[in-house]
Design a protein. Structure first.
Length: 256
């Protein structure tokens, strides 16, 4: 293991007997979180629109001895069915991770109402609807919700206007959710990643990465495992007194 590789967790089975649902679980950050929680004992439900990807991810985890359910679905339209499927299969829900997100990739002068609404339907409305349907199950098991935001929530330099708006709103949603659900034993937190090298960046030229690296004080790009390790902590009992928080993981970029 070199200096750029995240260290393994110190608590090996923090999620023994717990059920975790991860949206956008087929690739990137979602897949890394699923691997981490499964390795720590969780039963995991992978949710995503691309059936082949989540089935492949589930098969890989099963071969490693983990209990995994693949749930094809769109968080913009299928949230009630998604929650029902997971709860019926596993018998409950302890951890909900709102990770699924899309971007329009359009500047303001190109943005359309339809493109704007599509982004918010997935990134914000989907998160709300999942929490709405998952809430009684999370309360029953004193569970938690984790939302994956973005540095674009607080910086106008990154991503498109619909995506940035959706992530800023997601953070506000989490703060209010934390206050409302705390008396019922449910926590809500946010991870705000910076530049994380996932499949989404596979087609970008080397020049892009060369231009971004000097802006990161730790002088490396984030890996999905960096987010997964933090997610496991925030969703574990080790973080039992943390709610309404936002954890920025960007190598120090936003500290400049």
């Amino acid at each position: 293991m070199d200096a750029t590789t995240p260290a393994p967790p110190t608590s090996a089975r923090r999620f023994e007997g717990q059920i975790a649902l991860i949206t956008g679980g087929g690739t990137g950050i979602g897949a890394a979180i699923a691997r981490q929680l499964a390795s720590e004992g969780a039963k995991v439900a992978l949710v995503g629109r691309r059936t082949a990807l989540i089935n492949a991810g589930a098969d890989t985890l099963r071969r490693q001895g983990h209990d995994v359910l693949a749930v094809p679905g769109n968080v913009a339209t299928d949230t009630e069915r998604i929650i029902e499927t997971v709860v019926q299969h596993f018998g409950g829900l302890d951890v909900l991770i709102n990770n699924a997100a899309i971007a329009a990739g359009l500047d303001m002068d190109e943005m359309t109402v339809d493109a704007w609404r599509q982004v918010l339907e997935v990134n914000l409305d989907g998160a709300f609807s999942l929490v709405l349907h998952a809430q009684p199950h999370l309360v029953a098991r004193r569970g938690c919700v984790l939302h994956i935001s973005s540095i674009s929530a607080v910086s106008g330099e990154f991503d498109d206007i619909a995506y940035a708006t959706s992530k800023a709103a997601l953070e506000g949603f989490s703060r209010r959710l934390a206050v409302e659900l705390a008396p019922r034993g449910v926590r809500s937190n946010v991870i705000r990643p910076g530049l994380i090298r996932t499949e989404a960046f596979a087609d970008l030229p080397d020049d892009f990465f060369a231009s971004q690296l000097p802006m990161i004080p730790l002088h490396r790009f984030g890996a999905p495992e960096d987010i997964a390790l933090a997610a496991a902590f925030l969703c574990s009992r080790d973080a039992g007194f943390i709610t309404g928080a936002v954890l920025t993981i960007d190598g120090g970029e936003s500290a400049r």
